[in-house]
Design a protein around this ligand. Structure first.
Ligand code: NCD
Length: 320
């Protein structure tokens, strides 16, 4: 059974095809409105979420499917001590596909190994977050017209930020990528990500603490929140929390085409005044996330044999 735990579980060709499907959904939403009629998505969220859970649920509704939702560990049998493995087996009896978020790294993989239906990782601890990266890639593609040849600045908590790790893994596969990794010393990208993606692919990169000085050369500035919930002590968080604040004034250092991205939620790291700047793309990412999750659900349900060879939806036959 095919599951998506890491962005590297998808080939570059599959990502291209998901982007193509998402763009077609954007242009022809009615054609997809009954593709998943009668099928059920279970969202198992053991950690807080607004966008990821709701966009998965909106995605399934817009495909004609149903949703079974568990929005907190406290409201499920996890509170009684049930394991992720058992929960995955149980939910496989009720649903056709699972989206899971969990505070422990590796939990989504455990779910996938025990479920008899496809599992999508909606974030596992500080490890990875492949569907946020799908949202990011569609946004970059729509803003820049290509995923190649881009200088990508990533700023903030690069150590615990799972969206950062997945974005680096994904962008390392495109020709001409360069990374400018901007963070306090203590929150640098973990060695395993640098070694397994950036170094392995021979991608040029620099690590720096200087946001203003880096901005002129960036095509993309991906801001991130300092991940309070993953710190070992509150003093370290308080000391580092306002390390970087992108203000409207600071945007003067950026080129006229630099896209500002953020997976959200933001705390302080982008001033509200930046929202009116045409270079701000973070609310576009939110919407793009729904379309990419629709495309991914279609792909996995088709692989699982739950959708017929062609989906006749609306007036058009969609080749699946
Ligand atoms: C991110 C996450 O959960 O990792 N949020 C999201 O899914 N868009 C980013 C974050 O919480 O900082």
């Amino acid at each position: 059974m095919r599951s998506i735990i890491d962005i590297l579980d998808l080939s570059v060709e599959e990502i291209d095809s998901l982007i193509e499907t998402a763009q077609d959904i954007i242009s022809n939403p009615g054609e997809y409105a009954h593709l998943c009629d009668g099928l059920k998505l279970a969202t198992l969220f053991f950690e807080p979420s607004t966008r990821t859970r709701m966009s998965f649920e909106a995605a399934m509704y817009e495909l004609g499917g149903y949703v079974l939702s568990m929005s907190s560990a406290a409201s499920s049998s996890a509170a009684k001590g049930e394991s992720v493995a058992d929960t995955a087996k149980v939910i496989s009896c009720y649903a056709d596909i699972i989206a899971i978020r969990h505070p422990k790294e590796g939990a989504a993989l455990v779910a996938a190994n025990n479920a008899s239906i496809p599992v999508i990782n909606g974030g596992d601890g500080g490890h990875c977050h492949p569907t946020q990266t799908l949202a990011d890639l569609l946004t970059i593609y729509r803003e820049k017209g290509s995923l190649k040849g881009l200088t990508v600045g990533i700023c903030g908590d690069l150590k615990f930020g799972r969206t950062v790790h997945s974005l680096i893994n994904a962008m390392s596969r495109y020709d001409g990528t360069r990374f400018v990794l901007i963070s306090p010393e203590e929150l640098r990208v973990p060695d395993y990500v640098i070694n397994e993606s950036i170094r392995k692919k021979g991608i040029p990169y620099i690590e720096t603490e200087d946001l203003d000085g880096s901005m002129p050369e960036l095509d993309i500035l991906y801001m991130t929140r300092i991940q309070r919930e993953r710190f070992f002590n509150e003093e370290d968080y308080l000391r580092l929390k306002d390390s970087y604040i992108l203000t409207a004034d600071r945007m003067k250092y950026a080129g006229k085409d630099m896209s500002v991205m953020h997976p959200l939620p933001r705390v302080n790291e982008i001033s509200v005044a930046v929202d009116d700047d045409p270079r701000a793309c973070y609310f576009k990412q939110v919407l793009n996330g729904k379309y990419m999750r629709m495309a991914l659900i279609i792909m996995l349900l088709k692989d699982a044999g739950k959708l017929n060879g062609t989906g006749v939806s609306g007036s058009r036959t969609i080749q699946l």
